[in-house]
Write a new protein. Sequence first.
Length: 333
Amino acid sequence: MHTTRSSSINSTFGLYKFLFLFFILESFNSQASTLMTTPPILQKGDTIAILATARKNLDDNLKPAIDLLHSWGLEVVIGSTIGLDENQLAGTDEQRAADFQQQLDNPNIKGIWCVKGGYGTVRMVDLLDFTKFKQNPKWIIGFSDVTVLHNHLNTMGFKSIHGIMPVTTARASKEAVESLKIALFGNQLSYQVAPDPMNRMGTATGELVGGNLSILYSLLGSQSAIDCTDKILFIEDLDEYLYHVDRMMMNLKRNGCLESIKGIIVGSMSDMKDNDIPWGKNAVQIIEDVTKTYNIPVLYSFPAGHIRDNRALVLGSKVSLNVGKNSSSVVFE
């Protein structure tokens, strides 16, 4: 009887020991799997490629961007897609993919700056081979339609920069331009944001993900879909019908994204449209209405998106979000 009881105790102890080790290993693996790779910070003399992944760029409008990069001590390569004309797009899907692939694979190119957004990046992303990029990562820079690339890279474990693009450089604020330089050259980004009456107070720390709301919505269900778990979500948008903003936010709610995130940063919601019969809420009110049941901080009026003051965000980085009554902050770690 004594022997049987001892065996039972030993078996139970062994089971607990196994479970303890299992959970420790799972926790370690989980943490390891969430580590994001930071591309090498830029040095003077590095080369940046400017190319098109979506809408065509036929205008001679790149001088401000080229001059800016030169002023930072960087060299510039213009991709073969600049000047291509395929209806709305900068060449065929294959041409845009080939140009992007060439810059991805070239070890001398340290960053790819997408010339403009619009639509079309999703048509070429699946034609890309990221094998050499994984061995030699580099910064991918842009916003709007470039959200496709930001989220695709995020699923592979790589950081990227949401910021101004070559065609917006001339009209960008000094603060927006400087923030891109800070991000590219490896200095810490830290933003103090003025109070907004719509803000929901609180603090949160997590990996920053997101981008253009319409693009995030369009990627759901694909291999580039956003992972919201324990993340801080940034969203912005332009030129959308208000009812459609509601539709997109309801989708994020119903698919579990809003339930699993730690906080939300709302950038500009610019030039929204309404129907003859009004929706009844503006874009910010729609976001507030859909998110109000979640106990998370929400920061409105963050300076990023389709505005002059489009501050750089290193997506994939860990950030601390502090939303207070008199001031708020977003600090990159």
